[in-house]
Unconditional design. Structure first.
Length: 448
């Protein structure tokens, strides 16, 4: 019951927290039968919350044992389907308890339920996979072994790709990979169990790499991010169909591969390109303008619908702002004051925000009901969430228009500087196009 309540509440919370949330290939999840979800882990509790609220089936999670220290957490977390795992490096005296963890997983799978495992074993906000632990393979294979490989366990890889999970109104793209059928490993498993566990682990790793962006070389992160900023809009223009999230995702994967290629084969060329992009983006930051403004001069100002939106939307904005300001600011202030581990920042903001908004909404609703009637109070409660989302969007649009006006003002004052930036950007994009062509030719040669 508690799991369902939290799932309901966090569904709306995640929808409000992220600017865009796109999920691809969710249909690969079977409606019934045992499933092991293998998920990359970049944002502590946010990862399971995000997936639990957007997968129809109930999930059971393997979680760090240190989260179960207090009596309250020992009572609460199992009700939220969390199962403690005791890592040898953190709990050297408690690793024997993991036998119970395995048994609990076997029990869930044998009852045709699901188990969600983060096989990296740690949470860290980086765009790369850490080494995959063998526990997920052993759980999957032994569950089948106990049932003569007739249980039907499948492992489904899931890649969670955040723009930044710790920033409010960031983006997230979730991609489900192709299921891995454990019965396909039956013969190999009975021939050599240890080797098959390693092979399955490697297959899970390969599957996760397909659904995530992996920047293995930390030194290349900066230039990859710069190329993403400058080239994504250009790349989207060549795509006539599809949502921008998967388009950006596949582009990022290609950029990572291409940067790795040029780093090995033409490092000087890559270094000069990075210097040009760094100079260009530094100048934009100094002027307080964005790359999108240089690219299209914020044509939003030429759309008459913008004026009507701000005029007729203002009453709704004011209504939403008045009744959402206190919970929003309270959550923002508390989030800054509560010290948490780096990878828990987004999770804390998400959870804290949900509870503060819920408490404030209930207090306001009861107060209105006492002084008027509870019919009006319930109607008021139902409006708070949608009008709050409208208010956030209204503020975002306001800052975009303000940025456009600032850019037009700057353009009139410093015409030559803006023109130089446009030329610089054009030259950089031309180099990126040339590099793309060269890399595609290299890939074509490799396939011959």
């Amino acid at each position: 019951m508690l799991y369902r309540i939290f799932k309901f509440l966090f569904y709306f919370t995640t929808r409000a927290y992220f600017r865009s949330l796109y999920i691809k290939n969710k249909e690969v999840v079977p409606a019934k039968g045992p499933v092991v979800f293998a998920v990359n882990h970049t944002s502590a509790f946010m990862d399971p919350i995000l997936l639990a609220t957007h997968i129809k089936r109930q999930l059971y999670f393997l979680s760090r044992g240190d989260a179960f220290k207090s009596g309250f957490s020992k009572w609460l977390f199992p009700k939220l389907h969390m199962i403690p795992v005791y890592r040898p490096d953190l709990f050297p005296n408690d690793t024997h308890k993991n036998k119970q963890v395995f048994e609990k997983c076997f029990e869930h799978l044998e009852n045709k339920k699901t188990v969600m495992i983060f096989p990296e074993g740690i949470s860290e906000t980086v765009r790369r996979l850490r080494p995959i632990k063998t526990g997920i393979s052993r759980i999957s294979l032994v569950a089948e072994e106990r049932n003569n490989f007739e249980l039907g366990v499948v492992v489904i890889p899931i890649g969670i790709n955040y723009s930044n999970p710790h920033h409010f109104k960031s983006d997230v793209f979730v991609k489900f990979g192709d299921p891995i059928d454990i019965k396909d490993y039956k013969d190999r498993y009975f021939e050599n169990k240890k080797q098959t566990v390693l092979e399955l682990t490697e297959d899970i790793k390969s599957s996760l790499e397909k659904v995530t962006v992996n920047i293995e070389n930390k030194d290349q992160e900066k230039i990859i991010q710069q190329i993403e900023v400058l080239y994504r809009s250009r790349h989207r223009e060549t795509k006539t169909e599809g949502h921008k999230a998967p388009i950006d995702f596949y582009l990022s994967q290609d950029i990572v591969t291409a940067v790795s290629y040029f780093s090995k084969n033409k490092p000087e060329q890559l270094k000069k390109l990075e210097e040009k992009m760094t100079s260009y983006l530094t100048n934009l930051k100094r002027l307080g303008i964005r790359d999108t403004q240089i690219r299209n001069e914020n044509l939003i100002l030429k759309d008459p619908k913008t004026i009507f939106y701000f005029i007729f939307g203002f009453p709704f904005f004011l209504y939403g702002y008045i009744f959402n300001f206190i919970p929003f600011k309270s959550a923002e202030i508390l989030a800054k004051k509560i010290p948490v581990r780096a990878d828990f920042v987004g999770s804390m903001k998400l959870g804290l925000g949900m509870f503060i908004f819920l408490i404030c909404y209930v207090i306001m609703t009861i107060t209105l009901g006492v002084y008027t009637n509870f019919g009006w109070a319930i109607l008021f409660l139902l409006t708070l969430y949608p009008v709050g989302l409208f208010t956030i969007n209204y503020i975002k649009e306001y800052f975009q228009v303000r940025g456009s006006l600032k850019f037009l003002f700057l353009k009139n004052r410093k015409k030559q500087l803006i023109q130089d930036l446009k030329v610089t950007r054009k030259n950089i994009v031309h180099e990126l196009e040339s590099g793309k062509t060269e890399f595609e030719n290299y890939l074509a040669d490799q396939k011959k």
